[in-house]
Ligand binder design. Structure first.
Ligand SMILES: Cc1cc2nc3c(=O)[nH]c(=O)nc-3n(C[C@H](O)[C@H](O)[C@H](O)COP(=O)(O)OP(=O)(O)OC[C@H]3O[C@@H](n4cnc5c(N)ncnc54)[C@H](O)[C@@H]3O)c2cc1C
Length: 367
């Protein structure tokens, strides 16, 4: 690197914290640390010119769990752990809305609907669990009557009753990240894009042609973390997302979940966004490579045409993003070697928990 004195001093010297990754967790970590201790000098390094993580590629659901997801979790999680998970998701969403205004997030509170398949006994069993999970949500976050059974008029392909979550919302992920970016800059945090970190070790961050030192390093690279820290107990999985052409008389009026949230769809700008189904193509989608595949795309296209619309449509936008998942739904927030901390493994609800993970990581490093 051919750096001037000014560049060297401004970006690279005397940093108290270097954050790797400018997704929701990286920026929230930097924002939390700088807000608590304005004297800190903080640098965030992002490998791409546009962040290439999940934070700008996600579906924008501001949610905290559908009933079939909770039901499935209950087979391997204790009641207390489920309560903690709901609390973490809900509080993360509140923290996000205190970091960035609802207007700047383009936040909409239209609720969420879980549609059910009458041929699927597991899904149908969710209908009688609504009271139980209302108690769980009330225990977690104090909100009453979260879920209710409603008439489902979206499509005859689904069971005529669905489960409505009145507290769910949705947002524009790009607006969210742009607002966090602006907030970080306003606080005096330095951000460098196109800075791909090759390795990290105690006090040292290696770029291809530069070594930076900092007593604290926060690795916030989620699904891509094992490139830097191969022993982390997590893996990368891909999620493909598709957006249709504009639909006349679009039948969607809020966020929808199906099959434990593995398939999600909602209305955006008169179109239908649909994504997920990675559980149906598990081996293929266990990858850190971006990409679309014909089989999964065709499955989601048929889902829209046959189950939602009843007529043919075209996808006009498509992309994929990489998640970090593990055996549990808890993120990893810890010091992995002296001075090197991680805030990773956000799973499928990083919009919900990302702000809280950043805050917790900042507190671990500086309290
Ligand atoms: C398709 C899809 C849909 C989703 N939908 C939702 C949803 O609706 N609601 C919800 O709550 N969650 C959703 N999620 C999950 C959520 O988006 C993620 O959990 C969250 O964005 C993770 O944030 P992060 O900051 O940990 O990681 P990321 O956003 O992945 O950020 C990590 C950053 O690190 C950078 N990076 C990686 N390696 C390096 C390196 N070596 N050097 C420098 N920089 C590096 C990457 O470029 C990236 O910008 C979805 C995820 C996907 C993929």
């Amino acid at each position: 690197m051919n750096l001037s004195y000014w560049e060297e001093r401004y970006y690279f010297e005397d940093n108290d914290l270097v954050v790797v990754g400018a997704g929701i967790v990286g920026l929230s970590t930097a924002i939390a640390a700088k807000s608590a201790r304005p004297e800190l000098k903080i640098l965030v390094l992002e490998r791409s010119s546009l962040p290439s993580g999940a934070s700008t590629k996600n579906a924008g659901f501001a949610c905290f769990g559908s009933v079939t997801e909770l039901l499935s979790d209950s087979t391997h999680m204790s009641y207390e752990d489920q309560v903690s998970l709901i609390k973490m998701r809900w509080e993360g969403l509140q923290l996000l809305q205190s970091n960035v205004s609802r207007g700047d997030l383009s936040f909409r509170s239209r609720g969420g609907i879980e549609v059910l398949d009458s041929d699927n006994a597991f899904q149908m069993s969710a209908l009688v669990k609504v009271d139980e999970y209302n108690t769980m949500v009330a225990d977690a976050i104090g909100l009453q009557d979260c879920f209710s059974v409603v008439n489902q008029s979206l499509s005859p392909s689904f069971y005529p009753k669905a489960i409505y979550n009145q507290y769910e919302g949705e947002l524009n992920p790009m607006h969210m990240m742009a607002a966090l970016h602006k907030k970080a800059l306003n606080l005096g945090i330095h951000l460098l894009y196109g800075a791909s970190v090759q390795s990290v070790a105690s006090s040292e961050i290696h770029l291809s042609d530069k070594v930076i030192t900092s007593s604290k390093i926060a690795v916030c690279t989620n699904g891509l973390s094992r490139t830097l820290l191969p022993n982390l107990p997590m893996q990368a999985v891909r999620n493909q997302v598709y957006v249709t052409e504009c639909i006349a008389n679009n039948p969607l009026q809020s966020c929808y979940h199906y099959d434990q949230g593995y398939i999600y769809f909602r209305e955006i700008d008169g179109r239908i966004l649909i994504g997920g189904a990675r559980n149906l193509y598990e081996e293929q989608e266990t990858t850190s490579e971006f990409g679309q595949t014909d089989n999964l795309k065709q499955y989601l296209k048929s889902f829209v045409e046959e189950k939602i619309l009843g007529v043919a449509t075209n996808f006009e936008y498509e992309w994929s993003g990489i998640l970090g998942v593990g055996d549990t739904k808890s993120p990893i927030i810890k010091e992995v070697e002296k001075g090197v901390f991680v805030g990773v493994r956000l799973g499928g609800m990083g919009v919900a928990i990302g702000s809280g993970v950043g805050k917790a990581l900042s507190e671990k490093m500086f309290n």
